[in-house]
Design a protein around this ligand. Structure first.
Ligand SMILES: [Cu+2]
Length: 144
């Protein structure tokens, strides 16, 4: 009787551990693209929607894009009617929510672009140093 009870407890413990691995952080990047830099320039921007489909909140600390030297997370803010860019050192995406990086708001500032592959990999790493990889597309500059 005691052994049976212990077995049940062990199974509960194991399923708890299993569940722990199953509900680990999960991010999805939708509509992700990096803009080709202006000819002669090496700096550009990347936009996307980042969705957290996991059960825990994720705090993104760093971003990297294949073919670029460095990437910063930026936001825009209005100061006395002037739009300014500001670097963020973390970007929280709550469980079940999505954050949009779009023109005029949050964006990834991409530095030191030489040649972008056709589908450059975006790597996002969180505060627990877990990294997530997603393919981006490359878009030409909007022609007016
Ligand atoms: Cu910026």
């Amino acid at each position: 009787m005691a052994n049976k009870y212990q077995a049940v407890r062990l199974i509960t413990l194991l399923s708890g551990l299993l569940l722990g691995t199953l509900v680990s952080a999960e991010l999805v990047v939708e509509e992700g693209f990096v803009r080709k830099p202006i000819p002669g320039r090496s700096m550009s921007v990347a936009f996307m929607s980042i969705r957290n489909t996991g059960a825990e909140d994720v705090v993104i600390k760093t971003a990297a894009i294949e073919g670029a030297k460095s990437v910063e997370i930026h936001t825009h803010s209005h100061q006395n009617g002037v739009m300014r860019m500001r670097q963020l050192h973390s970007l929280e995406i709550k469980s079940g929510q999505a954050v949009s990086l779009e023109p005029g708001g949050l964006h990834l500032m991409v530095f030191g672009i030489k040649t972008l592959p056709e589908k450059p990999h975006l790597t996002l790493c969180d505060d627990a140093k877990r990294c997530f990889q997603f393919p981006l597309s490359v878009r030409d500059l909007v022609k007016r």
